[in-house]
Ligand binder design. Structure first.
Ligand SMILES: [Zn+2]
Length: 98
C-alpha cells in the first residue's frame, strides 16, 4: 500500500479523475466547483483509519466540508457498520434463559 502523499502533479491527476467521476461537485454538499483548484481531496474512510491514496477511497469536496468532516467516518458508512447489530439484544442472543 502506498501510504506516501503523492506529489503535486500526481494529486492534480487524481483530482481531475475524481472531478470527472463526481461531476465537478463537492461529494458531500453537491456544490459545483468554479475551478478544479476549489476542490480538495478527502479520504472517505479517514486516512488515520485506512492510510493510503487509492482513488476508491478519495472523493472531491469543498474545503468547508473537508474541514467539517475531519477524521470522522461519514454517516452512511457508520449506518452500514451498525446495521447488523440488533437494537436490543434478545435474552437468547446473550445465552440467557428467558
Ligand atoms: Zn462541500
Amino acid at each position: 500500500m502506498n501510504r506516501h502523499r503523492p506529489g503535486s502533479n500526481a494529486r492534480r491527476r487524481i483530482k481531475a479523475r475524481l472531478l470527472k467521476r463526481h461531476g465537478s461537485r463537492c461529494f458531500y454538499c453537491r456544490t459545483p466547483f468554479a475551478a478544479p483548484a476549489d476542490a480538495t481531496l478527502d479520504h472517505y474512510v479517514p486516512y488515520v483509519m485506512w492510510p493510503g491514496w487509492k482513488t476508491f477511497n478519495l472523493v472531491p469536496c469543498c474545503l468547508d466540508c473537508n474541514q467539517d468532516k475531519g477524521d470522522l467516518l461519514p454517516w452512511p458508512l457508520v449506518w452500514l457498520l451498525l446495521a447488523p447489530a440488533p437494537a436490543t439484544p434478545s435474552p437468547a442472543g446473550l445465552g440467557v434463559a428467558a
